[in-house]
Structures are given as C-alpha cells and as structure tokens.
Design a protein around this ligand. Structure first.
Ligand SMILES: [Zn+2]
Length: 575
C-alpha cells in the first residue's frame, strides 16, 4: 500500500505528465540532491528534476524522480546547498562584440610588463602567422616595477618581439591615447629610425634614435589603420573563421556564466545570415534571440525574409528590431533629458538616431510583426519612445500584445512610469548600471532629480511593468550572479547603497532573468520556469542565492548549464 501511495503522490507532482509511476519511460537526464526552484506555482519546489529529450519530464522529491532513472539515464548528483534554476536569460547584450572583445587581450589587470608579454605569448600560440594580436587596457602606473630596459617609464619592444616574431602586435593604452607595438608591426608599417614623427604624435625612441614600439597620440593611427586593413584584406574563409571564433568565444563566456539564452541587441543582416548558417549546422553554443540593427531604409523590403521563430531546433529567433540608440550616454552628457544637465546647464544631451528613423522602423515593425527594442537612457528619450510606440499602437489597433521594449530606462519621469503597464511596454534594465553610474550620476542630474527618476527599478515593478535584466556585454561583464546581487543590494564600490528604495527583492531580480525575459521573447510557454513539458534549459548554482547572506551572493559559482537537455557547461575546480 505504501508503494501505491508513493506512486500517487508522484502523480500529483507530475501533474503535467500523461504517464506516471513505474510505467514511465526512463529519463535521459536526472538532476537530484539540490533545491529545485521552478518558479511555477503548481509545483514551486522539488529535490530533483528529470529531463527526457529536450524537455522537462518531472520535478519532485528524490524518491519520485528516482523512479524515472533507467539504465541509460545520466544522473547528476548535487549537494543540498546547490540551487537548480530555470536557464538564465541575458536580455540585452551584443553577441558578436562580446566575442570580439574576448579575442582581444584584456590588459587591465596585469601588474607587470612581463605578465603582459606572457599573455601575448599565449595569444601567439593560438594565432596564425601574420594575424594581428590586439590587446587593450594597460596602464604603466599599475605596474609594480619599471620594465627593464625602459624608456620614459615604458618598455622597449624587444621582449614583445621575442615572443611574437611573426605576428604584429598592438596593445592599446587604457586611455586610448597611445599604443605599444612590436618589431614585426613596426616593420610592416615601415617605421624605422629615419621615420619622422607624424603631426600630433610621436614614435618614442631610445637614446640611439631607434623606435621603442610606443606610439603616442596620432602616431598610433598608422597601426590602427594597418589592423583595419588586415581585417578587410582577409579572405572569405578567414572572415568566416574569425566570425565563428567570435560566436564560440561569446558562447563559452555565456555558458560558463549560466546563460542559456542571449538577447542580441545589434545584429546586422550579415550577422544573422551567419547565425542562421550555424543554426543549420546545429553549432550555435546557446539560444540567440536576435534583434536586427540596420537603418530604416535597409529594413524596408527585407524584414519578412529575416523573421524566424525557433529556427534551427529552437536556437535562433529573429523577430525584433534593436538596438538603435535614441540617445547617448549619461557619463559623457549624451543621455537625452527633459531638462538640462545639472552640471552643464547649456545641454540636455543628444538625440543620436533621428526620431523619424525610429518612427519609420516602428511602423515597419508593426507591419511585419517585429518587436521594437530601442535604447532610451534619458527621460526625454524614454518619453519619445513611449510617444512613438503609443502612436503606432493606436494606428494598428488590430495588433495586440506587441511587447515592445525600451532598453536601459535609466532615467524615467514619474509621469511616464505608468505608461509601461498602460501600453504593455517592457522595461529592459541593467541592474549593474545603477551601481556603476551611481557614484557620479547625481552630479549630472542633481540630488532631487536623481532620487525622483534615476534607476527606478523597484518603481517599475510597482507600476506593473514587466522588467527584464542583462548586463549589456561586453559593456559590463556578463555575470548574472553579480548582476543579480547588484540589483538587490545596489551596493556601489565605495560601499554606499545607491537609492536603497529602488532595490529589487531577490524574487524580483530572479524574475528579471527567467520568467520575464521569456515573456519578453514571446517564449513563456516554453521557457522561464522549470515546468514539465517546457524546454530543458537549466542553470545550476553552487549555493542558494535566494537564501544565503546577501554579501556572499557574488561568490556563488555556476556548476552546470543545460540547454535543450544537454549539459553544455560543467564547472571544474580551478575555473
Ligand atoms: Zn546595448
């Protein structure tokens, strides 16, 4: 009798299953032992989850799911402190730029010149002879000691040339106002002792007049031009291989961070063609929800050909137009505001892409069933977008449920806050921006305006908006756990909390990475919760970010990333 009750208990929890109990076909994958948080009210929690093919079969207790283990079942055993979540979705990034940024050496952290040389040596090992090696972010004041030999506090190229004799190297200074190159690059550019300095720049030289490799200001232009020329001179096959590497690197970076779907905000037609090719091969590393970024005149006539939903076994969807930027960034006084900047009252920022172009794109989007996802950073930009969207919605009342989006929404006037819900416009926020901008944004807007309109993420939730999140990689690191932490803590680097009333709860922050972006992509029936029957996209964390002390959240690791029932990333000690 006990056994029968057990089976019935299982049936209740496996409510969505047609078959249950001992007659069920065995699962392909079973994950057991951690806390499974489904975000589905029907069965909110479990101790184990079973997957069959690419879909979730069941969530339940250990005993219940154990019965679905057969001879061919892969079983992942977790510790009780691990957390199993619906696959995390980064709702705003730039996929190919992320890949490209990962191909360039990140030189921000090395504390000696020798470390930089070692990084270049590694990069050379993975490059073809003749390929440019590009790095950026170094600053000589960060180094613990002077390079030997050195000229004016900077190295000479001999060390770099030693590790990279056949590959030209360009290492851009963090300021962007100079670059360091090796001997091969100097040779290719024809720079020698006899070469005069260009106007507005200089080739740093040693005591004998030989260029050291340091190019100051305008002197770096020739190196940048050489890199650009190399890029454009590559064969089709080389460009193809380069793009493939971009896709793979961005994919690996996303997967190791637990991301199962990436909302790509700026894909050209060429990029989408490339994604499509990889989707056909089945080689896209994760699911991509791409927005086309092209001027309105290029969209006309081509949109229908590019609309695809669940293409390549569900790995590629294109049904959006983004991320045109209606305005600029607040840091450089570019965000378009309703009133002038507090610190430079002569300006209210800039309208970057003309409003008419956005309006035309919006009309085309409505005509062809596309979603709009346009950047509005300042309150004026957001208002313009609400106005454009509202007009288009009114003119196309037969169209329902368009789910158009405003990207970033850093400054929102209180009068506009209710319009998210009224118009069904999605608020696409970057949790991390609140804390990276927090230290200086008050100087741009003044105290009162900042408090009233700045990074008002909790107010968005309160207003009834659907709020989605993401880090805008490569602008910020893709790490969703850190972004989750910053969304709930709003702790800035200086230790202060930026506008504490606007902190999200952990439940809200988790929704911005799961159910809400699934809804924003019209995918709430197949993603966003761990509901039997939905796609088996699962992220497993080392600890329970919903219950551990807040300050410990950033140290949580991603243990597994599962997409379509397949483990695509697994943590290894030392990662
Ligand atoms: Zn962006």
């Amino acid at each position: 009798m006990k056994n029968i009750f057990g089976v019935f208990g299982g049936c209740l929890l496996f409510a969505v299953l047609a078959a249950c109990g001992e007659e069920s076909a065995p699962a392909d994958l079973v994950i057991m032992g951690g806390r499974v948080l489904t975000l589905d009210e029907t069965v909110p929690e479990g101790q184990a989850i079973a997957v069959q093919g690419n879909t979730i079969l069941a969530v339940g207790t250990m005993e219940e799911v154990q019965r679905l283990v057969g001879g061919g079942t892969t079983v992942i055993e977790l510790s009780p402190e691990n957390l199993v979540l619906p696959g995390l979705i980064d709702a705003h990034g730039h996929y190919m730029s992320l890949g490209e940024s990962l191909m360039q050496l990140d030189l921000r952290s090395p504390r000696t010149w020798d470390e930089i040389v070692a990084l270049v040596e590694d990069a050379v090992a993975g490059a073809q002879p003749g390929d440019w090696i590009v790095g950026r972010g170094w600053h000589q004041d960060k180094w613990d000691f002077l390079p030997v030999p050195s000229v004016e506090g900077l190295p000479t190229h001999s060390s770099l040339s030693g590790v990279s004799p056949d590959n030209p190297v360009m290492l851009i200074h963090v300021s962007g106002h100079g670059a360091f190159v090796n001997g091969r690059a100097l040779e290719m550019m024809g720079i020698s002792s006899d070469t005069p300095d260009p106007e507005g720049g200089e080739f740093v030289r040693d005591s004998s007049g030989t260029p050291t490799g340091m190019l100051r200001e305008a002197a770096q232009d020739v190196a940048r031009a050489a890199v650009a020329e190399w890029e454009s001179s590559r064969s089709e096959a080389e460009i193809d291989a380069y793009r493939r590497r971009q896709v793979e690197l961005a994919g690996a970076n996303a997967l190791e961070n637990g991301i199962t779907e990436f909302h790509d905000m700026g894909a050209s037609f060429e990029t989408i063609d490339f994604f499509k090719g990889m989707a056909d091969e089945g080689t896209l590393p994760l699911r991509i929800y791409a927005h086309i970024e092209e001027p309105a005149e290029r969209l006309d006539g081509r949109l229908p050909d590019y609309r695809m939903v669940g293409y390549g076994d569900g790995f590629l969807t294109v049904r959006g137009i983004g991320e045109k930027v209606l305005d600029g960034a607040l840091g450089v006084h570019g965000g378009w505001l309703l009133e002038p900047y507090a610190d430079i009252p002569r300006t209210s920022g800039f309208n970057v892409t003309p409003v008419d172009d956005i309006r035309r794109s919006a009309e085309l989007a409505a005509e062809h069933g596309f979603q709009m996802a346009i950047q509005g950073i300042g309150d004026r930009a957001a208002r313009e977008l609400f106005d454009i969207y509202e007009k288009v919605f009114q003119a196309n009342q037969e169209l329902e449920d368009l789910r158009w989006r405003i990207e970033h929404c850093q400054i929102i006037h209180p009068d506009d806050m209710p319009r998210f819900e009224e118009l069904g416009v999605i608020a696409s926020i970057r949790g991390v921006f609140a804390t990276s901008d927090g230290p200086w944004v008050t100087s741009r807007l003044g105290e009162e305006r900042t408090r009233e309109r700045g990074y008002a993420y909790q107010s968005m939730f309160q207003s009834g908006a659907t709020v989605i999140n993401g880090t805008d990689p490569p602008v910020e690191d893709i790490n969703p756990i850190v972004n989750f932490y910053l969304s709930v803590s709003r702790v800035m680097e200086n230790g202060e909390v930026f506008l504490p009333d606007q902190r999200l709860t952990r439940e809200q922050a988790l929704a911005t990475y799961t159910v809400n972006p699934a809804f924003a992509a019209f995918e709430e029936d197949i993603k966003g919760t761990l509901t039997p029957g939905k796609l088996a996209d699962i992220t497993i964390l080392s600890r329970d970010i919903m219950t551990i002390p807040e300050a410990e959240i950033p140290n949580v690791d991603v243990l597994y990333t599962v997409i379509d029932g397949e483990v695509r990333y697994e943590y290894e000690a030392g990662d």
